[in-house]
Design a protein around this ligand. Structure first.
Ligand code: SF4
Length: 419
């Protein structure tokens, strides 16, 4: 069996390959994605440039680049059979055909806020997951402190949106998709709170209006009390994304966070957060391909040992800023074999340290620790016990109500101790 045939039969490898190399699609699918890839004024939508959402076998969501500039060289094709069902395959005559479900681009992107801002500029929907940024301001964007990979456009910055607009965006998204998690993010606003104070009214309103999980992605606050408050306000998960594990390289790739907060504060805040949030509720992204793999591996091992779930997105130049043009920062593009070994080891780590991965299970835009099982030699076993996995600690979807109940109990306990 060829390597490509092997890839087509393994949902984890196929997701990695499609995210790395793209997918060639028919003109009509491309046109639908193009329409969702920019708003009427031509601004690229929030974190979603030319991606098509597909559900691969084993309920594996993938957000796949289809831009012809990238995908033209990909061996993978999206085809329809006589009944109109989609498959991923190659041009080889006897290549396997992997059945997939194509999710049409969300109509969410056709809406605008009360202030006329297109929803696509404040958020993006990928299946059960909605990412939103109530403001795209970040003090690092305009100067030398900007993170080197950052894809946020400095132009078109808007102040914090009215809470009602964000609630309306979530309502629209839920009208179309079974959205069960909202991911709120904010850049560097300069205060001691890491930006979470700005997010607090949005979290409160989301919890009031919907039975939904809320994840927060901010820079770490300077004082741990803000981490307690993040949990108490209703966040179910928190990410403080170091992005790069190697200390010297972190300073070069993320100069603003390194100078304003420092690597140690990221690590201290992550460690403290694990004492506040339930297992699986503290996450840290390390971008794969912007430092040697040995460094990424050391980082994911240390994070998992500390109770933090490592999330390892592969650097995709077409998603953010293309760092191939940065002469001073070399890239380390990993091979498919190296990637599958890395995710296999990530899966072993989260199992060994009994970290919950339920909050990242449906992320389409990155490979999640749960997908590491496809590379770990457990796939056949897991298929046989699939129904049990679906109800287990690793596989289940977290209920927002149970999560809120745990929070109510913990916040009451902490309050009692403090009094
Ligand atoms: S913190 Fe870095 S990655 Fe985030 S918006 Fe600011 S410059 Fe971009």
């Amino acid at each position: 069996m060829s390597v490509v045939d092997h890839v087509l039969k393994n949902p984890g490898l196929l997701k990695l390959e499609l995210m790395r190399r793209g997918l060639r699609v028919a003109a009509e699918d491309l046109e639908a994605v193009r329409r969702s890839g920019a708003d009427a004024s031509g601004h690229a939508v929030f974190g979603n440039t030319w991606d098509l959402d597909v559900v691969l076998p084993r309920d594996t969501w993938a957000s796949v680049p289809v831009h012809p500039r990238l995908a033209a060289r990909s061996p993978y094709l999206l085809v329809r059979d006589g009944a109109g069902h989609h498959h991923v395959t190659t041009e080889a005559p006897d290549a396997p055909r992997t059945p997939v479900t194509v999710k049409p681009p969300a109509r969410f992107f056709e809406h605008t806020t009360s202030e006329g801002i297109p929803f696509g500029r404040i958020g993006t929907v990928h299946g059960p997951y909605l990412a939103l940024s109530p403001t795209n301001r970040c003090a690092f964007l305009d100067g030398p402190d900007r993170c080197r990979f950052c894809g946020v456009a400095p132009a078109g910055a808007h102040d914090a949106l009215p809470v009602a607009d964000v609630i309306e965006a979530v309502r629209v998204a839920r009208g179309e998709h079974a959205v069960n998690m909202v991911h709120l993010s904010v850049g560097w606003l300069g205060g001691d709170d890491g930006g979470v104070a700005l997010l607090e009214p949005y979290v409160a309103a989301l919890k009031k209006h919907f039975d939904i999980l809320v994840a927060i992605d901010t820079l770490p606050p300077r004082a741990d009390a803000w981490i307690d408050r993040t949990y108490a306000m209703g966040a179910d998960a928190v990410s403080y994304n170091l992005e790069i594990w190697d200390p010297a390289r972190f300073e070069r790739v993320c100069p603003g966070p390194a100078r304003s907060l420092g690597r140690e504060r990221f690590l201290d805040a992550l460690g403290y957060a694990t004492t506040v949030f339930p297992s699986g509720g503290v996450l840290c992204h390390l971008i794969v391909g912007l430092e040697p793999l040995a460094s990424t591996r050391a980082g994911m091992t240390a994070l998992a040992e500390a109770g933090v779930v490592p999330v390892l997105p592969v650097y995709r130049p077409f998603k953010g800023r293309d760092m191939r043009a940065d002469g001073d920062i070399e890239r380390f593009p990993p091979t498919l074999e190296e990637l599958s070994e890395l995710y296999r080891d990530l899966w072993s780590l989260v199992r060994r340290h009994k970290l919950g991965v339920h909050l990242v299970r449906d992320l389409a835009t990155v490979t999640t620790p749960l997908e590491g099982r496809f590379f770990a030699g457990h796939d056949g076993l897991l298929r046989r016990i699939g129904h049990r996995l679906a109800g287990s600690r690793l596989g289940r979807r977290t209920s927002a109500r149970l999560s809120d109940l745990r929070r109510a109990l913990r916040v009451r306990e902490v309050g009692a101790v403090e009094r």
